[in-house]
Design a protein around this ligand. Structure first.
Ligand SMILES: [Zn+2]
Length: 206
């Protein structure tokens, strides 16, 4: 297992370009992980639940952490492809994980401006993602309390995932609702992005 600091920008680029299957980390043991109520923070693992679907624990791998699980990132890649890009939402902690790798110190003025504009757009997208995440935490906790009572201070990851199983449709539906609430321009610019079955990668036989 590599130390997080050993993962180079070149490695991340290789992952983004499909040259490597994943960032080379060993996954932590998740069976002992609990989820604290009402914050939904992880106990027993440093990290967080996927900010899009809130169903998958993601390890803190600073500075190369993901805020979206593999399924949600897959949905994001699909939507980004409608715009000819590799990523739409900034689901990576580092800008180059989100497809931004312009060196604003070694570029022409025009490239530097384009890079700076992308950075500004990314931080505003982060704010939208944060608002979504906070709101989803409240909704999920309220739902859990309604179904299980107010007594639990934490639940096991297994219990959580039995109630909220990670799957492609959940990722697609959450992603679509996120866009609808915080980035509605996406549906106007690319109506296909509102097709949840397409987002989930559901294939139909002819
Ligand atoms: Zn997810």
């Amino acid at each position: 297992m590599l130390d997080p600091m050993d993962v180079s920008p070149e490695t991340i680029e290789a992952v983004l370009n499909g040259m490597r299957p994943s960032i080379p980390y060993a996954e932590p043991e998740m069976q002992d992980v609990h989820i604290e109520l009402p914050s939904l923070s992880l106990i027993g693992q440093s990290g967080w639940l996927c900010h899009v679907c809130l169903r998958v624990p993601l390890a803190d791998r600073r500075p190369w952490s993901w805020f979206g699980c593999e399924r949600c990132r897959g949905v994001d890649v699909r939507v980004a492809s409608l715009f000819g890009g590799r990523r739409l939402l900034p689901l990576g902690q580092h800008s180059i994980m989100n497809g931004l790798s312009i060196d604003i110190h070694n570029s022409t003025d025009l490239q530097a401006q384009a890079g700076a504009d992308q950075m500004v757009a990314m931080s505003s997208a982060w704010q939208g993602l944060d608002r979504w995440h906070e709101h989803q935490i409240r909704i999920h906790v309220a739902q859990w309390r309604e179904e299980h009572g107010d007594d639990d201070e934490s639940v096991t990851l297994t219990q959580w995932q039995e109630r909220y199983p990670p799957d492609s449709m959940a990722s697609a539906m959450n992603y679509a609702t996120l866009l609808d609430n915080h980035f509605p321009w996406v549906f106007e610019a690319a109506p296909q992005a509102s097709d949840v079955l397409w987002l989930a990668g559901v294939q139909f036989d002819e």
